[in-house]
Structure formats: C-alpha cells, structure tokens
Ligand binder design. Structure first.
Ligand code: AMP
Length: 397
C-alpha cells in the first residue's frame, strides 16, 4: 500500500476521502473537531508539496439532500483548524464540480458537498464512484479510517479507477493501521486486552481473534454477565444474552486451551434499578440479590485489573466497564483509563478506541499519556477481528 511519502504532489490534484462526520449543535456549529484535526497532516503534506486538495466526506445519515446535513456547516471550523480558505461546491459530482476542480490552483482546497446526498454512495454504486473518479483529480487518497470498513463508492469502489501509482493511504489511515498492528501483531509481551460494552454479541469476532494474540483478556461491562452466568453465577436482573451462554462457555474453554488468562469481575456495584438515582451496593459476584443489576465493576475487580495492566507491556482497550453515562457507575471505566495511563508512562504501548473508552480518557486528561487513540469505531473493531477492511484492500488491488 502506497503512503503519502511515496508521492510528490507538486502541481497535482488529490481527491482525498476524509471523515468529516463531526457532531454539530442546534446552531450547526462543530462541537468536536477531532476528526478535522486528524485529517490536517494529510492536507498539509499535499499543499506543502505544491499540490491542491479536493476534500470529500459524508456527514450524518441524510435522507436525500437535507440542508441540515450540508457540509457547508463545517466550513468555518475547517477554515479555522486548517488556517486556510476553503472553496465549497454544493454538489459532489457533475459539471459544476468538474469546473471547480479544473480551476483549482496549487495551494487551494476545494470541499465537495455531502457524499451521502447521493444514495449511490452507500450502495457502492460503480457509476457514482466513476463520476467521482472522473472529476479531474490526479490521485485518490483515502484518509477516512472511520469508514474504511465500508465498501462505499468513495471509500473503496472509486479506487479501482486509479492505478497503483495514483492511489494511497493518507497520513491518518496509515497511522491507524500501523498503530493497531503494533499492538495486535507486534506487541511486546505480556499483551493485555480489556474488552467491555453492553453485549458480547457485538464483539464475538474481536474476542475470538484476541484469543490468538493476547496473554490476558479482561472482560468487563454488560457482556461480562453472560460469562458470569455461563460459569454458574446468579446474576439477578443484570443484562445478559441467554442465547450466547454456550458461546461464552466455548470462548472460556478455548482461552484455557490457548493459555490465555481470562479476567472477569469478582465484585460489582449493583443497583436496584437502571438509573443514576438508584440505590447501590457492592457485592461479590456470587451474591447478586434477586431484582438487582450489576452496573459497574467493584473495588476488588478494579484493583485486580490495575495489577494486570501494570504488569503488561502492551494494552488494548475497547468498551466501558459499566454504565459510564451515569456518574455513579463510571468509576470502573475511569479507573481502567487511569491504570492504562500509568502503565503507559512506565513504557507500555497502549491502544484505546471506541466512543466510551476514548471519552473516559479525554475526560481524565489522559490523551497525551496513551500511545495511540484510534479515531475508528466499527473500523477499529473490524481490524481487531483480524479482517482486511475494504477501504484498505482497495488501495492495494
Ligand atoms: P458498546 O457500544 O458495545 O461498547 O457498549 C457501550 C454501552 O454499554 C454503554 O452505553 C454502557 O452504558 C453499556 N454498559 C456497560 N456496562 C453495562 C452494564 N453492566 N449493564 C448495562 N449496560 C452496560
């Protein structure tokens, strides 16, 4: 796979797929510019070479051309972050866009309208992909890691209209792939993965792949209760997937056979209802009262996890340890963030990804301590599953 350092963009036009799917408030102002910041190095490299940049992205889930999903809303923030004027066209294909591309001079940036105004984008429509490829750019660059697991027109299909020497991974995409590989395939031992979140069903592939990669697998969050029940515990009203109990048993047996140390909660914060105002108590896992539900890991579990993390050289974390949205049940998740921050300071390599885990790390001001914070949700999970993402495969085909 080619990367940006293989290309000199002098007097060339690069069509760059970015992920500017940023959150907007009611006044259409960008409330989190992380994704724009993440695309900056790629844009700057092309401009510094003396090239010009055509940016294309999706924003939200529009049903047709809905003004509230127009990328024009992000222009002020984009200009601020890049410190550069942006030319905007209110379409993503067609004669008006072709003309704007033709007129684009070295050092200029053009932003196209939301790709998902065309339903063809998500369908991976060949004609739409070809229309994008025919806009007049010399190179196709994919820097949208967040959508690299989708075989959409602009993320994968378009790549076939550019030969091997005229397509490449952007800076962010490259950094994501290298960082994930570093943790997953080249990690110094002991390697520890902490997997949390609501349901085991959404992370089965991840857990199964991790069993071949890690020394310690820490399972927390809602999904832990399916494992705890599989081991014969009474779990009260805690979240559980009864149809995955056999699978949980199979995973535990597989882990044993592979010599992977599985760490499950030993104590919990249980609540009498699913609310931040619930009555709570700390109980061991064999003592969950009927009618109560586990909404966070308990202090003994926090300590156990901290010890494992401090003894690890490589740490991968995805998913909260409890109902992190309620302050009362955020302690376990925050403690995992703090433990990873501490281990990273001592030299461990840490990779954190997924909305809730990243939010915890940001809230605790740990972003500088973590070795790499992934910008991908679904894309990261698919990488952790060991899958080749269509957006990445398309750059090498
Ligand atoms: P995921 O999107 O799979 O990473 O799951 C994240 C969600 O899991 C968050 O919204 C948490 O509130 C939820 N969650 C974590 N622990 C629990 C739990 N013990 N009971 C119910 N939901 C949980």
């Amino acid at each position: 796979m080619k990367t940006l350092k293989d290309i000199n963009f002098k007097n060339k036009k690069a069509l760059v797929r970015v992920d500017f799917n940023v959150p907007l408030n009611d006044d259409f102002k960008v409330t989190d510019n992380t994704r724009i910041l993440a695309a900056k190095p790629t844009i700057e490299k092309i401009l510094n070479d003396g090239g010009s940049v055509i940016l294309m992205s999706h924003l939200g889930r529009p049903k047709g051309k809905e003004d509230k999903f127009s990328l024009k809303h992000i222009l002020p923030e984009l200009e601020k972050v890049l410190g550069h004027k942006i030319i905007f066209v209110s379409d993503s294909i067609g004669p008006e866009v072709k003309k704007a591309v033709k007129n684009l001079k070295p050092g200029e940036i053009l932003l196209l309208e939301n790709l998902r105004f065309y339903p063809e984008e998500k369908k991976g429509d060949e004609n739409f992909a070809k229309a994008l490829a025919d806009l007049g750019a010399d190179y196709y660059i994919n820097d949208a890691f967040g959508t690299a697991h989708r075989a959409h027109a602009s993320t994968a299909v378009i790549a076939k209209y550019f030969d091997k020497n005229h397509k490449a991974a952007g800076n962010l995409l490259e950094k994501e792939v290298v960082s994930i590989q570093k943790a997953l395939d080249e990690g110094q031992k002991p390697v520890t993965a902490i997997i949390g979140g609501a349901k085991v069903s959404s992370k089965i592939g991840v857990i199964e792949n991790l069993l071949n990669k890690v020394d310690n697998l820490i399972i927390v969050g809602g999904m832990a209760y399916t494992f705890l029940k599989a081991l014969g515990n009474k779990i009260g009203d805690s979240i559980v997937e009864d149809d995955k109990i056999d699978l949980a048993k199979k995973i535990l047996a597989e882990a044993k056979a592979k010599g992977v140390n599985v760490i499950l909660p030993v104590d919990l914060v249980v609540a009498d209802r699913f609310s931040n105002d619930a009555e709570t108590k700390i109980v061991s896992i064999d003592n969950i009262p009927d009618g109560w539900q586990g909404l966070d890991i308990g202090p003994k579990t926090r300590q156990l996890i901290d010890e494992v993390i401090q003894n690890s050289k490589t740490i991968i974390w995805n998913g909260p340890a409890g109902v992190f949205e309620f302050d009362k049940f955020a302690t376990g998740t925050e403690n995992i963030g703090l433990a990873i921050g501490k281990a990273s300071e001592k030299g461990a390599y840490s990779l954190v990804g997924g909305g809730d885990s990243v939010a915890a790390v940001k809230k605790l001001n740990l972003t500088d301590k973590i070795s790499y914070i992934s910008t991908g949700g679904g894309a990261l999970l698919e990488m952790l599953e060991g899958k080749t993402l269509p957006g990445i495969a398309a750059l090498t085909e």
